[in-house]
Design a protein around this ligand. Sequence first.
Ligand code: ZN
Length: 684
Amino acid sequence: MQNLWSDKDARAAVKHYAKQGANADVALRTYTTRLLGGEPRLVQHGGGNTSVKTTVTDRVGNKIDVLCVKGSGWDMATIEPAGLPAVRLEVLLQLAGLDTLADEDMVNIQRANLIDSAAPTPSVEALLHAFIPHKFIDHTHANAVLALCDRPGGLRLCRDVFGARAPVVPYVMPGFALAKNAKDVFEANPDCEGLILHKHGIFTFGRTAREAYDRMIALVSLAERQLRKAGAKRPAPARLPKDLASATEIAPILRGLAAAPLDRDEGRWTHVVLDHRSGRNILDYVNGRALARYSQQGPVTPDHVIRTKPRPLILPAPEHGRLDDFTAAARTAMDQYQAAYHAYFKRHTAQAHPKKKPLDPMPRVLLVPGVGLFGLGATAKDASIVADIAETCASVVLDVESGGRFESLDERDQFDMEYWSLEQAKLGKRVDKALQGQVAVITGAAGTIGAATAAAFKRQGAEVVLLDLDGDAARAAAKKLGGLGLPCDVTQKKSVAAAFDAVVAAYGGLDILVSNAGAAWTGRIGEVGDDILRKSFELNFFGAQNVAQAAVRIMRAQCNGGTLLFNVSKQAVNPGPNFGPYGLPKAAALALMRQYAVDYGADGITSNAVNADRIRSGLLTGDMVKLRSKARGVSERDYMAGNLLGREVRADDVADAFVSLALARKTTGAVLTVDGGNIAAAMR
Ligand code: ZN
């Protein structure tokens, strides 16, 4: 592993963080923490932690010895001095004299001794950092070290490889007991450079930030050399069907299976987002003949269990053209997984933890031979974290299996970790938003109404996909929202298919379609050319039909309903002079909305429309407003607010109407009018 220390960068960090009031110790601590955190083979997503022992001066001038240790919720790759809360060291050191310390007491004492009362809670491994006397301490879950530990005989192998440089601490759950054990092992080997935590990771330490970091890289490199010596045998592959179904074909099926019904009768589900991975390592891993053995052992380091659960779900390899068989087999596998999870919970709570409540039994990682793995999460970000960890797990297991057999923690230890309150606290108390886990696709999304609609769905927690004829504009608008932007010509079935495939590849499926793309053509109906009329029908009617058809196909594969929303114009209800070329296809789109309501109600798919009028947008530009208000002899404001309520209707009002229809699970075939009141356009 490459050592990335740079004197120049270190000096720059000291200068940079001095401006924020951080001393050189904390600045260098921040610098090397980022070096470690930026290397996924060392740490991932909240795994690992670092510390420095230094002094701070309080408000009245007292100098206090403190431990600045990584705070919960900070990512090492992007940490700032604020992510290294300072705790009074003296109090922490006194705790070493206790025989036992309850988790709640440990957290309370740490929090009560923070220098900044608003600082994040110190890492669950803070006491270990306190008990080792070195100034700088680094802790990672390095893949190479795990690959040496996580096997029968791993303890002995680590002793042979690391010798006196890094003695081995036998496995014990993180927290007070581990901190005490590590202290004992260190005191018996006071000259060591680090400690190997069996089946967990590695600590290194030193007088300077550089020394601790150098030692981390050196010891991990030692482990890597040992692994290379053992060779790189790939697991023997299982026999797979010749013609496999693709990830985009099966993702909606899996996404539907993984959605937990909150209330099936009410049409409410807990939706999840899927993150698919299929790199070389992952395919070797999922295609292995011994997958059922090595994938069901448990995590490669205890911390992973809160994200991935102890075991992934193995699904059958999907055969092309036989998706019904795959769906049935996947459903059975899912049911068995959940039953096994309940049994696991029961096994470990019968006596020891009678008060624990079971966590949800859904798997977080799905393994599909021939196709790859899927990470599941309540958001796209969660799903990608799970997939990253699953990828790490696959690569460690492959390293072990190239010369040995993967062995995880005992199941009992896995359970203790999964149900440890301090670990669950890492996930935080999430406030579920109304559309969390749902994927909303909006067409014509670079325009005023489309962009406002995407933003409104994002605010409700949905993942948003912005489709637009102008792909660059779609990407730019999506970037602002943290969504996905794609080019899509809704009049072209091929373009629609490509865009919807990309949606499925990114999130696993979709739940909400807002068909919003449209454009206005004019002409007196008795004289207008067919070409104009057909062009308008292509976009304003067939465009809606093309995307609705693509959406319904995916929704039906998910088997948990869905939402179709159409932007129809006032013209569909209340035709204006010379607006036939626009109004006729919009009237057809209104009928289309009703037809979808009729044909797919039984699938739980709602189909509704919003009828909006007089909104500043690409269809009603500032220049048009000027001309029209002038022609009527009213001010622009009065023109825009020329409705029963006397209020201008804005894109955000239309967006809110789409959201409210998506939330209404018992409304279908309806039109919601958003025009400030225009009795001539009232539905009748
Ligand atoms: Zn750890």
